[in-house]
Design a protein around this ligand. Structure first.
Ligand code: ASP
Length: 436
């Protein structure tokens, strides 16, 4: 059995939904379908954004006017596809609930709820409400095992008939709706794939999978036909736009591969994300290159820090007290660097530096806030001589100063820090060193 998730662009209007239906019908194993809310159209916003606006306007009066636009969006899908379904009562209930203060999560989730009802009716599949199977604690923490048990029990008897499940949300013990973070329908698909032990989790979107690097930086980069979960985690700066970063956990746990496919080019094989043990040699040393700008480095210097017991723990405690998580921690014999995303620092840098001075009594502390990080990732690098030499020669030839180097202990990645201004130039240089 296959679990297929279709994203917002695939559900945007009648013509893309017809395309989705022909994909589902093309393979009888496609029995479990997860949908997003209709996405952006040329002249219209994503339905989820419209519903979030409904929630905001309801706080100041009534969401009636915006909600009419949401209704019209679904009604045109129903009319264009000539689906025999009357949702007027559902629309009325949802509007009333939002206007009477049902909250952000409820409003945001209704796009998926309505879309799944419509597609189930159109396909002749069973509609299964995600609120009955996907569970969160009252504090909004996802309950993976309870969810897995409930999902398994609910799907087993009906899977053969074909099932449509709305993505993105579940419920709390008091019955209220709780959503994942934006793009969370990818997580719903992965949860279902794990529960039915699917042969494959197909994630249908509007691109042909992953490319080796950002096409806005390198023209026509090569596509990635296959990569492992570990490689994708290391490349997570790149993947975020294609697949929700948390979507890999439920399926990785069960060794189920994910296939990223393009609804609008269904013959393209897309990208396979596979467990490490199924790593397929593709003849390349590097699988992908990804990075992000705007990191801060706090460089701490203290003679003999290497023999000072608890030094790193005290440094990290200061960050923990400020509720700041770190990205990397490069070290030297007498130096310790803390690399943090600028957005995580959030105006607290003076207080953090004061805390570090008090906790560590360092010789010197310096702060730079214009660092870009670039990860060069690939199983092909493991036990292969010359990879680092090639990478650093390419950067040297492009006249780039490398400010930080970090190689993960798995030898799967080399991470470098460069000035923000050198970000694009560095990615180009690394790409061309390893490809062509
Ligand atoms: N509709 C939600 C969003 O726009 C969830 C999703 O599409 O996965 O974020």
């Amino acid at each position: 059995m296959l679990v297929c998730k279709f994203g917002g662009t695939s559900m945007a209007d009648a013509s893309s939904i017809s395309q989705v239906v022909s994909i589902i019908n093309a393979n009888p194993k496609r029995k479990i379908v997860v949908v997003s809310a209709p996405g952006k159209l040329k002249d219209q916003d994503k339905v989820t954004d419209m519903l979030i606006n409904c929630y905001k306007t309801a706080k100041e009066g009534s969401c009636k006017d915006i909600f009419e636009k949401v209704k019209a969006r679904y009604q045109s899908i129903i009319d264009d596809l000539k689906i025999d379904i009357d949702l007027s009562q559902e629309f009325e209930n949802i509007r009333k609930e939002i206007d009477s203060g049902a909250g952000y999560d409820y409003a945001a989730s209704r796009g998926e709820y309505l879309m799944a009802m419509i597609l189930a009716k159109y396909m002749g599949f069973v509609f299964l409400d995600a609120k009955d199977i996907i569970k969160f604690t009252q504090d909004g923490v996802f309950e993976s095992e309870l969810t897995n048990d409930l999902t398994k029990a609910a799907l087993d008897p009906i899977a053969e008939k074909g099932v449509v499940v709305p993505g993105f949300y579940g419920s709390k013990p008091d019955g209220s709706i709780c959503v994942f973070s934006r793009g969370g329908s990818d997580i719903t698909g992965a949860i279902l794939a794990r529960a039915v032990n699917a042969e494959l989790y197909e994630n249908w979107t509007d691109v042909n999978g992953f490319m080796m690097c950002d096409p806005r930086i390198v023209k026509n980069p090569k596509s990635i036909s296959s990569l492992t979960y570990k490689e994708l985690r290391e490349l997570s700066y790149m993947g975020a736009g294609v697949l929700h970063p948390e979507a890999i956990f439920p399926v990785r746990f069960a060794d189920i591969s994910i296939n990223i496919r393009n609804t609008f080019e269904p013959d393209n094989p897309g990208t396979m994300i596979v467990p490490s043990k199924e790593y397929r040699k593709n003849g390349r040393i590097v699988t992908g290159i990804a990075g992000k700008k705007n990191f801060t480095v706090i460089n701490i210097e203290k003679s003999m820090m290497n023999s000072e017991l608890g030094f790193a723990r005290r440094a990290l405690s200061v960050l923990e007290e400020h509720k700041i998580s770190i990205e990397h921690m490069p070290t030297g014999i007498d130096t310790l660097g803390l690399v943090i995303e600028n957005s995580n620092i959030n105006g607290k840098i003076d207080s953090v530096v004061a805390g570090l001075k008090a906790a560590l009594n360092p010789d010197h502390i310096e702060v730079f806030d214009d660092l870009a990080l670039i990860a060069t990732v690939g199983h092909g690098m493991i036990q292969r001589k010359g990879t680092a030499a090639k990478l650093f020669s390419a950067l040297y030839n492009a006249d780039i100063n490398v400010r930080m180097i970090d190689q993960g202990s798995s030898e799967l990645n080399i991470i470098i820090g460069v000035d923000n201004k050198d970000f694009e130039k560095s990615i180009e240089a690394i790409y061309h060193a390893f490809v062509e």
